[in-house]
Design a protein around this ligand. Structure first.
Ligand code: COA
Ligand code: NAP
Length: 267
């Protein structure tokens, strides 16, 4: 179910990195439901084919092109294949990411680099390589961030640094590319239920305590994130650029968990 009109993205083409699963696939599904043609880009062609087939029977209006966002030759090929298949690129969603819980003191230099490379460098790579297509369409880039970018989070130094870099890119690319008609926006959800990220980051024994500390007492959902993504890439957001929208139910406000726990028995 969506509150937006069905055809608000008709005629547009969206390339979504990391689009074969989870939140990014939810965004792909919502953009498709509003008329966009979809190119999914991540490492596993098998996973992409299954996702594209589910989005569009026979893969007529959704295709998967395998590439690692760290590999610029492969990424360029995926972008070229997208343009060959659909003729243009109007929306780029940078959603590919890697994450795991690890203390900074137990993180090898290569582990830190891997996450920086996938998240931050991958976001620059796809944005840069799509630049000419987005300038031609006066398109939009949506960068998927996370609250770790601005909220110090234990065992999350690597994605924290990577997502902070992404948020800064959102600002700088927005500034430089606004004259070409390209908007650059970010979306930073809090915990999203039923996702790989939550599976990796939230040990089940901590879930109850986490929920009790959340002001809204629940995590967000893939569908809620996808609806915000539809808004941000649509013409309704035409004057929004350089902004990362935080949708975390106020959970990352300073001391929100502590204060909520302290006051939740109050009237
Ligand atoms: N704790 C500490 N270090 C870890 C780790 C963990 N749980 N998992 C991987 N690493 C380290 C590896 O040991 C390696 O470092 P080393 O060479 O010094 O030993 C480095 O990270 C790279 O690992 P590798 O498996 O070669 O990387 P990859 O590029 O194949 O995969 C990951 C990238 C590690 C991020 C992998 O988890 C992944 O593919 N994730 C995608 C899905 C995902 O994370 N989804 C959630 C998004 S929020
Ligand atoms: P997910 O399903 O694991 O999504 C990550 C995607 O990135 C996968 O489809 C993966 O596919 C792809 N990917 C990983 N490394 C890649 C690479 N090197 N090149 C190309 N693609 C790569 O996890 P998710 O939880 O839905 O997260 C999706 C996004 O939301 C991420 O940006 C994450 O940081 C963000 N986020 C998640 C949460 C949450 O609670 N889950 C909260 C805030 C923000 P392959 O492995 O097939 O390549």
């Amino acid at each position: 179910m969506s509150i937006f009109r069905d055809d608000i993205l008709a005629g547009r083409v969206a390339l979504i990195t990391g689009g074969g699963s989870g939140i990014n696939l939810g965004i792909a599904t919502a953009l498709r439901a509003h008329g966009a043609k979809i190119a999914l880009v991540s490492r596993s062609q098998e996973r992409l084919d299954a996702a594209a087939g589910a989005l569009s029977p026979g893969q007529v209006d959704a295709r998967g092109f395998a590439a690692d966002v760290r590999d610029t030759d492969a990424l360029q090929a995926a972008i070229d294949q997208t343009v060959s298949a659909f003729g243009r690129i109007d929306v780029l969603v940078n959603g590919a990411a890697g994450n795991f819980l690890a203390p900074a003191a137990g993180l090898s230099p290569n582990a830190f680099r891997s996450v920086m490379d996938i998240d931050a460098r991958g976001t620059f790579n796809a944005s840069r390589l799509c630049f000419e297509h987005l300038a031609a369409s006066r398109g939009v880039i949506l960068n998927i961030s996370a609250t770790q970018a601005f909220m110090p989070t234990p065992l999350q130094a690597h994605p924290g640094a990577a997502k902070a870099a992404i948020d800064k890119l959102t600002q700088d690319l927005a500034l430089e590319w606004a004259p070409m008609g390209i908007r650059v926006v970010g979306l930073a959800p809090g915990g999203v239920e039923g996702t790989e990220g939550m599976e990796r980051l939230l040990p089940p024994e901590l879930e109850e305590e986490m929920l009790a500390a959340l002001p809204l007492r629940r995590f967000t959902t893939v569908d809620e994130v996808a609806q915000v993504a539809v808004f941000l890439v649509s013409d309704a957001a035409a004057y929004i650029t350089g902004t990362t929208l935080v949708m975390d139910g106020a959970s990352a406000m300073p001391l929100s968990g502590v204060l909520w726990r302290a006051t939740r028995s109050a009237p």
